[in-house]
Design a protein around this ligand. Sequence first.
Ligand SMILES: Cc1ncc(COP(=O)(O)O)c(C=O)c1O
Length: 394
Amino acid sequence: MKEDFPIFQRLINGRRLVYLDNAATTQKPACVIDAMSNYYSSSNANVHRAVHTLAGEATEGYENCRNLLKRRFNSKFAIITSGTTEAINLVSHAWGEHNMSEGDVVVLTEMEHHSDIVPWQMLAEKIGIELRYVPVEDGKLDMDAFDVALDGAKLVCVVHTSNVLGIRNPIEEIISKSHKVGAKVLLDAAQAVPHERIDFQTLGADFMAFSAHKMCGPTGIGALLVSDRAFSEMKPFMGGGDMIETVTLEGSTYQTNEHKFEAGTPRIAEGFGWAAALEWIEDIDLEFHHGRLLKIANNVSTELQNRGITVYSSLQPGDAAVVSFTHPTIHPEDFARLLDAQGIAVRTGHHCAQPLMEKLGVNGTIRASFYIYNDKEDADIFLSGIDRVLEAMA
Ligand SMILES: Cc1ncc(COP(=O)(O)O)c(C=O)c1O
């Protein structure tokens, strides 16, 4: 599969690239790069307005991305955003501000990415909602505490799959319990959609946010899927071109579909690129790769622990192949630099999840995250790289 990805022809510090920073962003197949470049070189125009040929092609290509999203995720609505972060902020403004008021409860977890914490803290400051955090115990959500937190909740925001631990949360149970008490559910699915085929309507969540760049698509584009009911409760948050039906000096009326939430010129080239990625990934058996990568990650985890390294990911069936670890004495950044010198790319730091780091009792971890183009050879090179770091720092 690496042949589809031009970047794997590159050497890093004279070595073949072993890319294990996929939870941050995945690499792009040539078809995605070509789709974006072809749009600029042969179809470049703005969308939705003009009747000329190029405008028609641009509109068709951009809307093709939306249609592919709706089809792949079985969703009636797909609002195109700049990514997961904008999608969650959109919910807080377009739904939260109009459907919640002082004292209303939003349930979050200690495992959330900052993009699913900060928007709610900002809304709490603005309208006085109450935030309750479900604790993480032994790397898992404390579901007894979740049951307690749910009392009187209006909205539950939860990360489907953790970007730090790779753990897949019990989403089905969370949705069912939340709906029983009348709370809506927002899923941060940034790390879920790359690994798992999700049927949004069958799953039954109200909002689902994710980014193209974690599933071989371009950066700067993502989506918010919304249930029928939630869509009818949302009000536009950004005003401008493209989202209106009529404008007079006295007032405006808005579009009734997703465009209502997409003011201004959208990410057209990125739409072409994401459409190409969605078509490319359609032929990939994610379940097969998921199982294969989890096996590789489990083996890596065991080998790291055999070398006296602490691993925080439990890598159970269903979890993503993400191995977060720390060494008792080597600083994560030093570790990552020494791996980079050998052509191995991993991520270090708090991974935009500082509350979870605090819970784990660390400032940061080193994270090796595997994706569909990684293989056992990558894992072997990674482990040899680890041995060289341990030797160098002994
Ligand atoms: C779980 C999770 N949520 C949200 C985000 C934010 O995604 P983006 O930066 O594409 O908006 C990320 C990205 O790392 C993530 O892993």
